[in-house]
Design a protein around this ligand. Structure first.
Ligand code: NAD
Length: 477
C-alpha cells in the first residue's frame, strides 16, 4: 500500500539486487573486517547518530504527526549510542577465540571456537522506534564483522529517506546501505539469499518473511509482537504499579512492542486500578489534543482500527474510561483509554493492541492469573509487581516470555547486558550486546591435531590394540 507514498523513493528491485550482490561479493572476496575496521564502522555509526539527533527527532515527529523530542532522545538516540559504546568496549573480548576442552583420547590436540562473520545480514525494521530498531541490530551485525543491508518501514517515510541519505554519507555501500519502499520492496528483500535475516515487526508478516527466507535456507531472527501481560499481585501498592504500567503503556501512545498489553489485577481491585491508572495519565498528560508529549498514532488506518476496537468493546457492554476523549479524537489522536470487562472475542482481548488502550482483567488467585497468561501465545514481555519472593518465583517459574521486568515496565530492554528477543509466537532468537554479536556470528569449532594422532595409530587395519581401547572406552560409558 504505502509503496505509493510520494515522500518515499522506492528502491527498484534491480538496484536492491545490485547492492546486495556488491556486499555479497565483497564478503566472499575480501578478508573479514578486523577489530580495527569494526571499531571504525561502529564509531562512524555513533558519530552519525550523535551529529544528526535533531534531524532524526524532527523526521520521526513529522512521521508520527507528533512525537516528543525527549521520547526520541531517551528511547532511540540514547539506547543506540549506548549499544555502540557497549559493543566498542567489549568487542575485543567477544572476538577472542574461546579455548575448549579436548578429551584424553585426542590429546595432545587443541580445540577452540572462532566467532566468524556470517557475511551479509539483512535487516527489516518497523516504524514504532524506527531509528533504534534499525540501528540496534545493525550495531550487533557490524560488531560481528558483517556487511549490512537495511530496509526501514514505509510508514516512517521522512525518517527512512533521512536514514538512507546519512548512511550513504558515512558508509561505503559495500559496508552498510539502506533500501526504501513498502510491502513489495519488503517481499523482494526477504527473498534475497542473505547469510542472516533479522525481521522486526508483526507476527503475521513475520510468518511471510520466515517462509521467504526458508526458500534460500536463510537463518532468521524474528522480533515479533504479542500481548504482553502485567500481573499485579495482591501485596503490591496499587498506585506504584499504576505509575509503572501507565508509563510503559502510554509512552509513544502505546506503540511500543513491549508495552503492557493488558493488566491482571486481583478481582476486588479492578476499579481502584482503573482509577489509579487514569490519575497517572492525567498527571503525566494534563491535556491530550494539543499536547506534544502525547504521541500521535502512526497512520489514519492504525488510528481507525484502535477507535473501532474501543467502540466495539463499548457496544458489547465493557466499561470504557478515557481522558480528553472528544478533543483528542478531533485532533487526530487516540485518547488514553482503560477498558474493564472486554469479552474474549473482542479485538482488545484477542489481538495485540499496539496503541493507548489498556484492558484490565480480574483474577481470583495467582494460579488463575498464571493460567490466563499460559492460555495464550508466549508474550514478548511480562511484568510482575510483587514484593513477595514466593509470588515472584511462581510467576517466573510457571510462565514463559521473551523478557521480564519485575516491579517496573520496559526496563529490561535497556539493559545492554541482557539478551532481547521473543519466544514462540513473539519471536525467534535474541540480540543486543554479546548475544547480538553471537547471533550474527558463526561459532566455528576448530580442532588442531597434536604432535601425534592417537586415533589414527589404532588402525586400520584394526588389531588387538584397537579392540582393547574400544572396550576400555565403552566401559567408561
Ligand atoms: P509490519 O510487520 O507491518 O512491518 C514491518 C516491516 O516489514 C516493514 O518494514 C514493512 O515494510 C515490512 N513488510 C511488510 N510486509 C512484508 C512482506 N510481505 N515481506 C517482507 N517485509 C514486509 O510491522 P509494523 O506495523 O511496522 O510494526 C508493528 C509490529 O512490530 C507490532 O506487532 C510490534 O509488536 C512489532 N514489534 C516488535 C518489536 C520487537 O523487538 N520484538 C519491536 C517493535 C515492533
Amino acid at each position: 500500500m504505502a509503496d505509493a507514498d510520494p515522500r518515499l523513493a522506492t528502491t527498484d528491485t534491480a538496484e536492491m539486487r545490485r547492492v546486495f550482490d556488491l556486499q555479497h561479493d565483497a564478503s566472499r572476496r575480501y578478508p573479514p573486517a578486523d577489530f580495527k575496521l569494526r571499531l571504525d564502522r561502529l564509531s562512524r555509526l555513533g558519530a552519525l547518530v550523535k551529529a544528526n539527533g535533531d534531524r532524526f527527532a524532527d523526521a520521526i515527529s513529522s512521521d508520527f504527526g507528533t512525537r516528543a523530542r525527549i521520547e526520541t532522545e531517551l528511547m532511540e538516540l540514547v539506547p543506540t549510542l549506548g549499544a555502540v559504546r557497549h559493543a566498542k568496549k567489549n568487542l575485543a573480548k567477544w572476538m577472542k577465540p574461546e579455548r575448549r576442552h579436548v578429551g584424553i583420547n585426542f590429546q595432545p590436540g587443541k580445540a577452540w571456537v572462532r566467532h566468524e562473520p556470517l557475511g551479509v545480514v539483512g535487516i527489516i525494521s518497523p516504524w514504532n522506534y524506527p531509528l533504534q530498531l534499525a540501528f540496534s541490530p545493525a550495531i550487533d551485525a557490524i560488531a560481528a564483522g558483517n556487511r549490512v543491508l537495511l530496509k526501514p518501514s514505509e510508514l516512517t517515510p521522512a525518517f527512512a529517506e533521512l536514514l538512507k541519505e546519512l548512511v550513504a554519507d558515512s558508509f561505503d555501500e559495500s559496508e552498510l546501505a539502506v533500501v526504501t519502499g513498502g510491502v513489495e520492496v519488503g517481499r523482494a528483500f526477504s527473498s534475497l539469499p542473505f547469510d542472516h535475516l533479522l525481521f522486526t515487526g508483526s507476527t503475521a508478516v513475520g510468518r511471510l518473511v520466515y517462509k521467504a527466507a526458508a526458500e534460500n535456507l536463510v537463518p532468521v531472527t524474528l522480533e515479533l509482537g504479542g500481548k504482553s501481560p502485567a500481573i499485579v499481585c495482591d501485596d503490591y501498592p496499587l498506585p506504584k504499579a499504576a505509575r509503572s504500567i501507565a508509563f510503559g503503556k502510554f509512552l509513544n501512545a502505546g506503540q511500543t512492542c513491549i508495552a503492557p498489553d493488558y493488566v491482571l489485577v486481583p478481582e476486588g481491585k479492578v476499579q481502584a486500578m482503573a482509577e489509579a491508572l487514569l490519575a497517572e495519565v492525567k498527571n503525566s498528560y494534563p491535556t491530550i489534543a494539543g499536547n506534544a508529549d502525547y504521541s500521535g498514532v502512526i497512520s489514519e488506518r492504525h488510528r481507525q482500527r484502535l477507535l473501532e476496537a474501543i467502540e466495539v468493546a463499548r457496544k458489547v457492554g465493557s466499561t470504557v474510561l478515557q481522558h480528553g476523549e472528544a478533543k483528542a479524537v478531533a485532533a487526530g489522536k487516540v485518547p488514553p483509554t482503560v477498558v474493564l470487562n472486554a469479552p474474549e472475542e473482542t479485538i482488545l482481548a484477542s489481538e495485540e493492541i499496539f496503541g493507548p488502550v489498556l484492558p484490565i482483567v480480574a483474577y481470583k488467585s495467582l494460579d488463575e492469573a498464571i493460567a490466563f497468561v499460559n492460555g495464550r501465545d508466549r508474550p514478548l514481555a511480562l511484568y510482575c509487581f510483587t514484593k513477595d519472593e514466593a509470588r515472584e518465583q511462581a510467576v517466573l517459574n510457571r510462565t514463559l516470555s521473551g523478557g521480564v521486568t519485575l516491579n517496573g515496565t520496559l526496563l529490561h530492554i535497556a539493559q545492554e547486558s541482557l539478551p532481547f528477543g521473543g519466544v514462540g509466537a513473539s519471536g525467534i532468537g535474541a540480540y543486543h550486546g554479546q548475544e547480538g554479536f553471537k547471533r550474527f556470528s558463526h561459532a566455528r569449532g576448530v580442532h588442531k591435531v597434536g604432535a601425534w594422532n592417537a586415533f589414527e595409530k589404532l588402525g586400520p587395519p584394526w588389531g588387538n590394540l584397537a579392540r582393547k581401547v574400544a572396550k576400555a572406552m565403552l566401559k567408561r560409558g
